[in-house]
Design a protein around this ligand. Structure first.
Ligand code: SAM
Length: 308
C-alpha cells in the first residue's frame, strides 16, 4: 500500500480482533495535573511560565490544567492561533490535521477551534498530559467530535498508517494525501537557547532526520527552536519545491520557527522542477494580543534525497 489510503481492511479487522491503536477515551486528570492558582504553589523552575499564564492560555482562570513538564513546551495561545490560521491556508482538499505531539493541547485546541478541519487527530503518549489536553479542550468549548485523541507513540501511529493501516481502528485511518501533519516535538530542554545556531541533527529525543523520515509522505509543519539551522531545514525540500519558514514572535521576540514542508510527491509541487524558488521576505505586525509574524522562504536545495 502506498501513501494514500482509504478504508482498506487489514487482517486485524476481523470480528473481535483488537487494533494496535484506537481512539482514546476521556483520560482522568492525575495527581501530576495541576491548576496552580498562586505563585506560592508553583515549583521554582515553572514560576517564569506561570507569570505568563494568560499569554499561554487566555482562559487559564477557567480551570486550565497542565503537568509541570507541559509548561515548558506548551505553545502560547496567540502563536497557536496564528499557526492555525497559517496551516489553514493549505489546499482546501486537505481536510484532516494530525497533531503528532499534543502536549497540554495548546495547538490542538487552536486547530479544532479554527473550524478549518473536518477532524483533528491529536496524539500524546503521556497519559497525564493527554488528560490535561482533553480537559483544556473542554474548557475552551471544543466540540468533542472535532478531536480524535490517541494515547500512544506518534511514530508508531504513522508507521501503521503508512504500512499496516488494518492495525488501526477505522477512525484512525486517514488518507495521507488529504492530511496535513503538525509536529511540535520536544526540543531537548532549555539548552537550545544557548546555541547561536541550533543543530537539528543533534536535537533530542528526535532528530530532524527522524521527524522528516516519518512525515515526508505528507505536507507537514515542523515547529522548531527559533535559532534552528535553516540550511538543514531547506535540504528537506522535495525537488522543485520551496519550504516556507515563519518566525512566530510575541512582543517583538521570536518564540519559535515553523517550517512548512511539502509532501514528497509530484501532486503537491507548486513549482516546475529545477526552478530556483524565489526568496520572499514579508513582515506583518499585529496587535499586542496576537504575535507579529515574520515570514521568509528558505531556498530549496533542489535535491530529493534526505540530508544526513
Ligand atoms: C513540546 S510538547 C508539545 C506541546 C503542545 N504543542 C502544546 O501546545 O501543548 C511535546 C509533547 O510530545 C509528547 N511526546 C514525546 N514523544 C512522543 C511520541 N513519540 N508520541 C507522542 N507524543 C510524544 C511529550 O509527552 C510532550 O507532551
Amino acid at each position: 500500500m502506498g501513501n494514500s489510503m482509504g478504508s482498506e481492511r487489514g487482517p486485524e479487522d476481523g470480528e473481535g480482533a483488537g487494533y494496535s491503536m484506537e481512539p482514546a477515551e476521556k483520560f482522568p486528570l492525575t495527581d501530576v495535573c495541576h491548576h496552580y492558582e498562586g505563585k506560592h504553589e508553583v515549583p521554582w523552575d515553572i514560576q517564569k511560565y506561570f507569570a505568563q499564564r494568560y499569554s499561554i492560555f487566555s482562559w487559564y482562570d477557567e480551570g486550565v490544567y497542565l503537568t509541570d513538564d507541559a509548561w515548558f513546551g506548551v505553545t502560547p495561545e496567540p502563536v497557536a492561533n496564528q499557526i492555525a490560521i497559517d496551516i489553514g491556508a493549505a489546499d482546501e482538499k486537505k481536510t484532516i490535521l494530525i497533531d503528532a505531539f499534543a502536549g497540554a493541547g495548546g495547538n490542538t485546541i487552536a486547530f479544532a477551534l479554527s473550524e478549518r478541519w473536518k477532524r483533528v487527530i491529536a496524539i500524546e503518549r503521556d497519559a497525564s498530559a493527554l488528560a490535561c489536553a482533553q480537559h483544556n479542550a473542554e474548557i475552551y468549548g471544543v466540540d468533542p467530535s472535532m478531536i480524535t485523541w490517541i494515547h500512544g507513540d506518534s511514530f508508531e501511529y504513522l508507521d501503521a498508517l503508512a504500512n499496516h493501516p488494518g492495525k488501526l481502528h477505522p477512525d484512525l485511518r486517514v488518507n495521507m494525501d488529504t492530511t496535513v501533519l503538525f509536529s511540535s516535538p520536544p526540543w531537548g530542554g532549555p539548552g537550545y537557547r544557548s546555541d547561536e545556531v541550533f543543530d537539528l541533527h543533534t536535537m533530542r529525543p528526535y532528530s530532524l532526520d527522524q521527524l522528516h523520515e516519518a512525515y515526508k509522505p505528507m505536507d507537514h509543519v515542523l515547529f522548531l527552536p527559533r535559532t534552528s539551522n535553516i540550511r538543514q531545514v531547506a535540504k528537506l525540500a522535495p525537488t522543485g519545491c520551496k519550504i516556507e519558514v515563519v518566525q512566530y514572535c510575541m512582543q517583538g521576540a521570536s518564540k519559535a520557527m515553523a517550517a512548512y514542508v511539502p509532501a514528497r510527491k509530484p501532486t503537491s509541487r507548486d513549482d516546475k522542477p529545477g526552478e530556483e524558488p524565489p526568496v520572499e521576505d514579508r513582515m506583518s505586525t499585529d496587535s499586542d494580543s496576537s504575535p507579529s509574524v515574520e515570514k521568509s522562504t528558505a531556498p530549496a536545495n533542489g535535491s530529493d534525497s534526505s540530508e544526513s
